[in-house]
Design a protein around this ligand. Structure first.
Ligand code: ATP
Ligand code: MG
Length: 401
Protein backbone atom coordinates (compact mmCIF):
# COMPACT_ATOMS: atom_id res chain seq x y z
CA UNK A 1 0.00 0.00 0.00
CA UNK A 2 1.31 3.42 -0.86
CA UNK A 3 1.76 5.99 1.87
CA UNK A 4 2.14 9.73 1.54
CA UNK A 5 2.81 12.37 4.10
CA UNK A 6 0.32 15.22 4.44
CA UNK A 7 1.71 18.48 5.87
CA UNK A 8 -0.56 21.24 7.19
CA UNK A 9 0.66 24.84 7.30
CA UNK A 10 -1.11 26.41 10.27
CA UNK A 11 -0.39 30.12 10.56
CA UNK A 12 0.80 30.14 6.99
CA UNK A 13 -2.71 29.68 5.70
CA UNK A 14 -3.53 33.26 6.72
CA UNK A 15 -0.74 34.82 4.67
CA UNK A 16 -2.86 35.91 1.71
CA UNK A 17 -0.92 37.28 -1.21
CA UNK A 18 2.48 36.13 0.05
CA UNK A 19 1.30 32.61 0.45
CA UNK A 20 3.01 31.22 -2.61
CA UNK A 21 6.39 32.57 -1.53
CA UNK A 22 5.82 31.07 1.93
CA UNK A 23 4.85 27.62 0.72
CA UNK A 24 7.75 27.54 -1.72
CA UNK A 25 10.18 28.51 0.98
CA UNK A 26 8.75 25.82 3.22
CA UNK A 27 9.09 23.25 0.44
CA UNK A 28 12.73 24.28 0.00
CA UNK A 29 13.43 24.01 3.74
CA UNK A 30 11.77 20.58 3.76
CA UNK A 31 13.83 19.38 0.81
CA UNK A 32 17.00 20.60 2.50
CA UNK A 33 16.16 18.43 5.51
CA UNK A 34 15.63 15.44 3.25
CA UNK A 35 18.84 15.65 1.20
CA UNK A 36 19.62 12.05 2.10
CA UNK A 37 16.36 10.95 0.46
CA UNK A 38 16.67 12.03 -3.18
CA UNK A 39 13.64 9.96 -4.23
CA UNK A 40 11.22 11.88 -2.04
CA UNK A 41 9.10 14.41 -3.92
CA UNK A 42 7.51 17.45 -2.30
CA UNK A 43 4.29 18.88 -3.75
CA UNK A 44 3.23 22.24 -2.27
CA UNK A 45 -0.47 22.92 -2.78
CA UNK A 46 -2.56 25.85 -1.65
CA UNK A 47 -3.68 24.64 1.76
CA UNK A 48 -1.40 21.70 2.42
CA UNK A 49 1.64 19.92 1.11
CA UNK A 50 2.05 16.34 0.01
CA UNK A 51 5.29 14.47 0.35
CA UNK A 52 5.59 11.43 -1.92
CA UNK A 53 7.81 9.09 0.04
CA UNK A 54 8.67 6.66 -2.76
CA UNK A 55 9.59 3.93 -0.34
CA UNK A 56 11.05 5.98 2.55
CA UNK A 57 9.79 5.23 6.06
CA UNK A 58 7.08 7.73 6.96
CA UNK A 59 7.99 7.90 10.66
CA UNK A 60 11.66 8.51 9.92
CA UNK A 61 10.68 11.33 7.60
CA UNK A 62 8.35 12.86 10.21
CA UNK A 63 11.19 12.77 12.76
CA UNK A 64 13.46 14.62 10.34
CA UNK A 65 10.80 17.24 9.68
CA UNK A 66 9.79 17.86 13.29
CA UNK A 67 12.17 20.84 13.69
CA UNK A 68 11.00 22.53 10.47
CA UNK A 69 9.18 25.77 11.26
CA UNK A 70 6.01 26.50 9.30
CA UNK A 71 4.65 22.96 9.71
CA UNK A 72 1.59 22.82 11.93
CA UNK A 73 0.99 19.08 11.78
CA UNK A 74 1.62 15.88 9.85
CA UNK A 75 -0.55 12.92 8.91
CA UNK A 76 0.62 9.73 7.24
CA UNK A 77 -1.96 9.13 4.52
CA UNK A 78 -2.50 5.67 3.07
CA UNK A 79 -3.57 5.44 -0.56
CA UNK A 80 -6.03 2.64 -1.25
CA UNK A 81 -7.69 1.43 -4.45
CA UNK A 82 -11.38 2.28 -4.79
CA UNK A 83 -12.64 -0.82 -3.07
CA UNK A 84 -14.38 -0.50 0.32
CA UNK A 85 -13.22 -3.96 1.41
CA UNK A 86 -9.62 -2.79 1.00
CA UNK A 87 -10.42 0.43 2.84
CA UNK A 88 -11.91 -1.56 5.69
CA UNK A 89 -8.82 -3.74 5.90
CA UNK A 90 -6.58 -0.68 5.93
CA UNK A 91 -8.57 1.06 8.66
CA UNK A 92 -8.49 -2.01 10.88
CA UNK A 93 -4.77 -2.52 10.32
CA UNK A 94 -4.02 1.09 11.19
CA UNK A 95 -6.23 1.11 14.29
CA UNK A 96 -4.77 -2.13 15.60
CA UNK A 97 -1.47 -0.28 16.24
CA UNK A 98 -3.20 2.37 18.39
CA UNK A 99 -4.47 0.42 21.42
CA UNK A 100 -8.01 0.58 20.07
CA UNK A 101 -9.76 -1.27 22.88
CA UNK A 102 -9.33 1.59 25.32
CA UNK A 103 -10.23 4.36 22.88
CA UNK A 104 -13.10 6.29 21.40
CA UNK A 105 -13.30 6.94 17.66
CA UNK A 106 -15.26 8.30 14.77
CA UNK A 107 -15.08 7.87 11.01
CA UNK A 108 -15.03 11.14 9.06
CA UNK A 109 -15.56 10.56 5.35
CA UNK A 110 -15.16 13.24 2.70
CA UNK A 111 -16.08 12.63 -0.91
CA UNK A 112 -15.11 14.47 -4.07
CA UNK A 113 -16.12 11.58 -6.33
CA UNK A 114 -19.91 11.81 -6.20
CA UNK A 115 -20.36 8.83 -8.48
CA UNK A 116 -18.77 6.40 -6.05
CA UNK A 117 -21.15 3.70 -4.80
CA UNK A 118 -20.82 4.74 -1.14
CA UNK A 119 -21.79 8.26 -0.09
CA UNK A 120 -20.22 9.76 3.05
CA UNK A 121 -22.93 8.40 5.29
CA UNK A 122 -22.73 4.88 3.83
CA UNK A 123 -18.97 4.93 4.24
CA UNK A 124 -19.13 6.13 7.89
CA UNK A 125 -21.62 3.40 8.77
CA UNK A 126 -19.89 0.61 6.86
CA UNK A 127 -16.45 1.38 8.30
CA UNK A 128 -17.79 2.24 11.79
CA UNK A 129 -19.54 -1.13 12.05
CA UNK A 130 -16.42 -2.94 10.88
CA UNK A 131 -14.32 -1.22 13.54
CA UNK A 132 -16.81 -1.95 16.33
CA UNK A 133 -16.82 -5.58 15.30
CA UNK A 134 -13.03 -5.84 15.12
CA UNK A 135 -12.30 -4.17 18.50
CA UNK A 136 -14.80 -5.07 21.24
CA UNK A 137 -13.50 -2.39 23.67
CA UNK A 138 -13.71 0.59 21.30
CA UNK A 139 -16.57 3.11 21.48
CA UNK A 140 -17.97 5.65 19.02
CA UNK A 141 -17.73 9.29 20.12
CA UNK A 142 -18.57 12.10 17.73
CA UNK A 143 -17.26 15.03 19.76
CA UNK A 144 -13.52 14.93 20.48
CA UNK A 145 -12.87 11.23 19.97
CA UNK A 146 -9.40 9.83 20.76
CA UNK A 147 -9.03 8.70 17.16
CA UNK A 148 -10.49 10.27 14.04
CA UNK A 149 -10.31 8.01 11.01
CA UNK A 150 -10.29 10.31 7.98
CA UNK A 151 -11.43 8.77 4.72
CA UNK A 152 -11.19 10.86 1.57
CA UNK A 153 -12.95 9.39 -1.48
CA UNK A 154 -11.35 10.90 -4.56
CA UNK A 155 -11.71 10.25 -8.24
CA UNK A 156 -8.39 8.42 -8.55
CA UNK A 157 -8.18 6.63 -5.17
CA UNK A 158 -9.27 6.64 -1.52
CA UNK A 159 -7.04 8.12 1.19
CA UNK A 160 -7.10 6.98 4.81
CA UNK A 161 -5.40 8.54 7.83
CA UNK A 162 -5.75 7.93 11.56
CA UNK A 163 -3.06 10.07 13.16
CA UNK A 164 -2.12 13.73 13.39
CA UNK A 165 1.32 14.58 14.71
CA UNK A 166 2.18 18.06 15.96
CA UNK A 167 4.77 20.00 13.93
CA UNK A 168 7.07 22.79 15.13
CA UNK A 169 4.63 25.61 14.27
CA UNK A 170 6.01 29.09 13.55
CA UNK A 171 6.93 30.44 10.11
CA UNK A 172 9.35 28.98 7.54
CA UNK A 173 12.91 30.13 8.17
CA UNK A 174 13.83 32.79 5.64
CA UNK A 175 10.37 34.27 5.14
CA UNK A 176 10.88 37.13 7.61
CA UNK A 177 14.22 38.38 6.30
CA UNK A 178 17.79 38.15 7.50
CA UNK A 179 19.08 39.29 10.91
CA UNK A 180 22.33 39.31 12.88
CA UNK A 181 22.15 37.72 16.30
CA UNK A 182 24.80 38.22 18.96
CA UNK A 183 25.59 34.74 20.21
CA UNK A 184 27.55 34.23 23.43
CA UNK A 185 28.14 30.86 24.99
CA UNK A 186 25.46 31.58 27.61
CA UNK A 187 21.93 30.32 28.13
CA UNK A 188 19.92 33.25 26.82
CA UNK A 189 21.23 34.08 23.35
CA UNK A 190 20.78 30.54 21.91
CA UNK A 191 17.16 30.66 23.12
CA UNK A 192 16.77 34.09 21.50
CA UNK A 193 18.12 32.60 18.25
CA UNK A 194 15.69 29.70 18.40
CA UNK A 195 12.74 32.06 18.93
CA UNK A 196 13.90 34.24 16.03
CA UNK A 197 14.17 31.21 13.73
CA UNK A 198 10.69 30.20 14.79
CA UNK A 199 9.33 33.54 13.55
CA UNK A 200 10.87 32.89 10.15
CA UNK A 201 14.05 34.95 10.43
CA UNK A 202 17.21 33.83 8.71
CA UNK A 203 19.66 34.18 11.59
CA UNK A 204 23.35 34.94 11.13
CA UNK A 205 25.41 34.48 14.28
CA UNK A 206 28.00 36.98 15.52
CA UNK A 207 30.35 35.89 18.29
CA UNK A 208 32.98 38.02 20.02
CA UNK A 209 36.13 36.24 21.14
CA UNK A 210 39.12 37.71 22.97
CA UNK A 211 42.00 35.31 22.70
CA UNK A 212 44.12 34.65 24.68
CA UNK A 213 41.78 35.84 27.47
CA UNK A 214 39.09 33.56 26.08
CA UNK A 215 40.04 30.00 25.15
CA UNK A 216 39.64 27.99 21.94
CA UNK A 217 37.31 25.74 23.95
CA UNK A 218 35.01 28.69 24.64
CA UNK A 219 34.82 29.36 20.90
CA UNK A 220 34.23 25.71 20.09
CA UNK A 221 31.45 25.53 22.67
CA UNK A 222 29.70 28.46 20.97
CA UNK A 223 30.05 26.76 17.59
CA UNK A 224 28.49 23.64 19.08
CA UNK A 225 25.58 25.80 20.20
CA UNK A 226 25.34 27.09 16.63
CA UNK A 227 25.20 23.49 15.39
CA UNK A 228 22.24 22.84 17.70
CA UNK A 229 20.50 25.91 16.27
CA UNK A 230 21.28 24.76 12.73
CA UNK A 231 18.86 21.87 13.30
CA UNK A 232 16.14 24.55 13.04
CA UNK A 233 17.87 27.06 10.80
CA UNK A 234 19.51 24.85 8.21
CA UNK A 235 23.17 25.76 7.91
CA UNK A 236 24.07 29.00 9.66
CA UNK A 237 26.70 31.68 9.01
CA UNK A 238 28.90 32.10 12.07
CA UNK A 239 31.05 35.25 12.34
CA UNK A 240 33.92 35.23 14.82
CA UNK A 241 34.95 38.76 15.79
CA UNK A 242 38.46 39.26 17.23
CA UNK A 243 37.72 41.59 20.13
CA UNK A 244 40.96 41.53 22.14
CA UNK A 245 42.52 44.80 20.99
CA UNK A 246 39.32 46.77 21.51
CA UNK A 247 38.83 45.38 24.99
CA UNK A 248 42.43 46.19 25.96
CA UNK A 249 42.07 49.73 24.67
CA UNK A 250 38.79 50.20 26.54
CA UNK A 251 40.38 48.96 29.74
CA UNK A 252 43.20 51.51 29.37
CA UNK A 253 41.06 54.52 28.52
CA UNK A 254 37.73 54.15 30.29
CA UNK A 255 36.87 54.38 34.03
CA UNK A 256 36.27 50.94 35.41
CA UNK A 257 32.55 51.28 36.06
CA UNK A 258 31.91 52.25 32.43
CA UNK A 259 33.99 49.48 30.80
CA UNK A 260 30.97 47.22 30.38
CA UNK A 261 28.85 49.95 28.78
CA UNK A 262 31.55 51.01 26.31
CA UNK A 263 32.35 47.40 25.46
CA UNK A 264 28.68 46.79 24.65
CA UNK A 265 28.53 49.91 22.51
CA UNK A 266 31.47 48.65 20.49
CA UNK A 267 29.98 45.17 20.18
CA UNK A 268 26.79 46.71 18.87
CA UNK A 269 28.63 48.99 16.43
CA UNK A 270 30.55 46.03 15.01
CA UNK A 271 27.51 43.79 14.79
CA UNK A 272 25.72 46.59 12.98
CA UNK A 273 28.50 46.79 10.38
CA UNK A 274 28.38 43.05 9.79
CA UNK A 275 24.58 43.21 9.53
CA UNK A 276 24.75 46.01 6.99
CA UNK A 277 27.31 44.22 4.87
CA UNK A 278 25.20 41.05 4.93
CA UNK A 279 21.94 42.81 4.07
CA UNK A 280 20.41 42.06 7.47
CA UNK A 281 17.37 44.00 8.69
CA UNK A 282 17.74 43.88 12.47
CA UNK A 283 20.04 42.94 15.33
CA UNK A 284 19.00 40.43 17.96
CA UNK A 285 20.49 39.56 21.33
CA UNK A 286 19.74 37.56 24.45
CA UNK A 287 19.27 40.44 26.88
CA UNK A 288 16.64 40.03 29.54
CA UNK A 289 15.50 43.07 31.51
CA UNK A 290 16.98 43.20 34.98
CA UNK A 291 18.97 39.99 34.74
CA UNK A 292 22.41 41.59 35.19
CA UNK A 293 23.90 45.08 35.53
CA UNK A 294 24.30 45.62 31.80
CA UNK A 295 20.66 44.75 31.16
CA UNK A 296 18.83 47.57 32.93
CA UNK A 297 16.71 49.88 30.78
CA UNK A 298 19.15 52.72 31.54
CA UNK A 299 21.93 50.53 30.22
CA UNK A 300 19.99 49.80 27.07
CA UNK A 301 19.62 53.55 26.45
CA UNK A 302 23.36 54.10 26.89
CA UNK A 303 24.23 51.19 24.59
CA UNK A 304 21.46 51.41 21.97
CA UNK A 305 22.59 54.99 21.26
CA UNK A 306 25.13 53.82 18.64
CA UNK A 307 22.58 52.66 16.07
CA UNK A 308 19.11 53.24 14.67
CA UNK A 309 18.84 49.63 13.51
CA UNK A 310 15.93 47.82 15.17
CA UNK A 311 17.18 45.69 18.06
CA UNK A 312 14.97 42.74 18.92
CA UNK A 313 15.39 41.05 22.29
CA UNK A 314 13.30 37.87 22.08
CA UNK A 315 13.78 36.94 25.76
CA UNK A 316 13.65 40.49 27.17
CA UNK A 317 10.57 39.92 29.28
CA UNK A 318 10.95 36.26 30.10
CA UNK A 319 11.79 34.82 33.50
CA UNK A 320 15.08 32.97 33.71
CA UNK A 321 13.33 29.69 34.52
CA UNK A 322 11.18 29.94 31.42
CA UNK A 323 14.26 30.65 29.31
CA UNK A 324 15.96 27.62 30.84
CA UNK A 325 12.94 25.45 30.04
CA UNK A 326 13.29 26.33 26.34
CA UNK A 327 17.07 25.83 26.48
CA UNK A 328 16.45 22.32 27.78
CA UNK A 329 13.85 21.61 25.16
CA UNK A 330 16.21 22.61 22.33
CA UNK A 331 19.13 20.84 24.01
CA UNK A 332 21.41 23.86 24.37
CA UNK A 333 21.27 24.06 28.17
CA UNK A 334 23.94 21.46 28.99
CA UNK A 335 26.37 23.11 26.58
CA UNK A 336 25.56 26.60 27.83
CA UNK A 337 26.34 25.81 31.44
CA UNK A 338 29.80 24.46 30.66
CA UNK A 339 32.06 26.85 32.55
CA UNK A 340 34.02 28.63 29.83
CA UNK A 341 34.84 32.30 30.11
CA UNK A 342 33.08 34.87 27.91
CA UNK A 343 34.85 38.00 26.65
CA UNK A 344 32.40 40.11 28.64
CA UNK A 345 33.07 38.37 31.91
CA UNK A 346 36.87 38.34 31.49
CA UNK A 347 36.94 42.12 31.31
CA UNK A 348 33.97 42.75 33.57
CA UNK A 349 34.74 45.18 36.38
CA UNK A 350 33.80 44.12 39.92
CA UNK A 351 31.07 46.78 40.03
CA UNK A 352 29.72 47.85 36.64
CA UNK A 353 27.41 50.85 36.62
CA UNK A 354 23.83 49.65 36.72
CA UNK A 355 22.44 53.03 35.61
CA UNK A 356 25.04 54.42 33.23
CA UNK A 357 24.47 57.96 31.89
CA UNK A 358 24.26 58.34 28.15
CA UNK A 359 26.35 61.56 28.14
CA UNK A 360 29.13 59.90 30.12
CA UNK A 361 29.12 56.86 27.87
CA UNK A 362 29.52 59.09 24.81
CA UNK A 363 32.28 61.08 26.50
CA UNK A 364 34.32 58.04 27.52
CA UNK A 365 33.86 56.32 24.19
CA UNK A 366 35.20 59.44 22.45
CA UNK A 367 38.55 58.84 24.14
CA UNK A 368 39.06 55.92 21.74
CA UNK A 369 39.90 56.02 18.05
CA UNK A 370 36.68 54.18 17.27
CA UNK A 371 36.97 54.12 13.47
CA UNK A 372 40.53 52.78 13.38
CA UNK A 373 39.81 50.17 16.05
CA UNK A 374 36.69 49.00 14.22
CA UNK A 375 38.43 48.83 10.87
CA UNK A 376 41.17 46.59 12.26
CA UNK A 377 38.66 44.45 14.11
CA UNK A 378 36.39 44.01 11.08
CA UNK A 379 39.36 43.11 8.90
CA UNK A 380 39.98 40.12 11.16
CA UNK A 381 36.41 38.77 11.22
CA UNK A 382 36.21 35.14 10.17
CA UNK A 383 33.09 33.54 8.76
CA UNK A 384 32.20 29.89 8.73
CA UNK A 385 29.12 27.94 7.73
CA UNK A 386 27.89 25.69 10.51
CA UNK A 387 25.64 22.73 9.79
CA UNK A 388 23.54 20.71 12.19
CA UNK A 389 25.71 18.25 14.10
CA UNK A 390 28.85 19.39 12.29
CA UNK A 391 30.43 19.98 15.68
CA UNK A 392 30.64 16.51 17.07
CA UNK A 393 33.71 16.48 19.25
CA UNK A 394 35.66 13.35 20.10
CA UNK A 395 33.90 13.27 23.49
CA UNK A 396 30.47 13.14 21.90
CA UNK A 397 31.64 10.32 19.63
CA UNK A 398 33.01 8.41 22.62
CA UNK A 399 29.63 8.75 24.31
CA UNK A 400 28.11 6.65 21.54
CA UNK A 401 30.04 3.52 22.51
P1 ATP B 1 23.73 34.91 27.51
O1 ATP B 1 23.16 33.86 28.39
O2 ATP B 1 23.09 34.96 26.16
O3 ATP B 1 25.24 34.91 27.49
P2 ATP B 1 23.79 36.71 29.65
O4 ATP B 1 22.67 36.60 30.57
O5 ATP B 1 25.09 36.06 30.02
O6 ATP B 1 23.32 36.26 28.21
P3 ATP B 1 25.29 39.04 29.03
O7 ATP B 1 26.56 38.34 29.18
O8 ATP B 1 25.10 40.37 29.67
O9 ATP B 1 24.02 38.25 29.46
O10 ATP B 1 25.02 39.22 27.48
C1 ATP B 1 23.86 39.84 26.99
C2 ATP B 1 23.78 39.58 25.50
O11 ATP B 1 24.91 40.15 24.84
C3 ATP B 1 23.88 38.10 25.18
O12 ATP B 1 22.63 37.47 25.30
C4 ATP B 1 24.38 38.14 23.77
O13 ATP B 1 23.33 38.42 22.87
C5 ATP B 1 25.34 39.31 23.80
N1 ATP B 1 26.70 38.81 24.09
C6 ATP B 1 27.33 38.70 25.27
N2 ATP B 1 28.57 38.18 25.12
C7 ATP B 1 28.73 37.97 23.78
C8 ATP B 1 29.77 37.44 22.96
N3 ATP B 1 30.93 37.03 23.47
N4 ATP B 1 29.56 37.36 21.64
C9 ATP B 1 28.39 37.76 21.10
N5 ATP B 1 27.38 38.26 21.81
C10 ATP B 1 27.53 38.37 23.13
MG1 MG C 1 26.70 35.70 28.82
Amino acid sequence: MKVRLLIRYGELSTKGRNKKAFTQRLARNIKRCLVDYPHIKVHPEYDFMYVDLNGADVWQVIDLLKPVFGIQSFSPVYIVEKDMELVKETVINLLSTLNPNEKTFKIATKRTDHEFAYNTNDSNIFLGDAVLEAFPGIRVQVKKPDITVRVDIRREHIMVSTQTIQGAGGLPVGTSGRVSLMLSGGIDSPVAAYLALKRGMEVQLVHFASPPYTSPQALEKTKKLAAKLAIYGGSMQFFTVPFTEIQEEIKKAVPENYIMTIMRRLMLRITDRIREEQGGLAILNGESVGQVASQTLESMIAINDVTKTPIIRPVATMDKLDIIAIAQEIDTFDLSIQPFEDCCTVFAPPSPKTRPKLEKAREYEARLDIEALMERCLAGVEVEEIKANSFTSQNDIDDLF
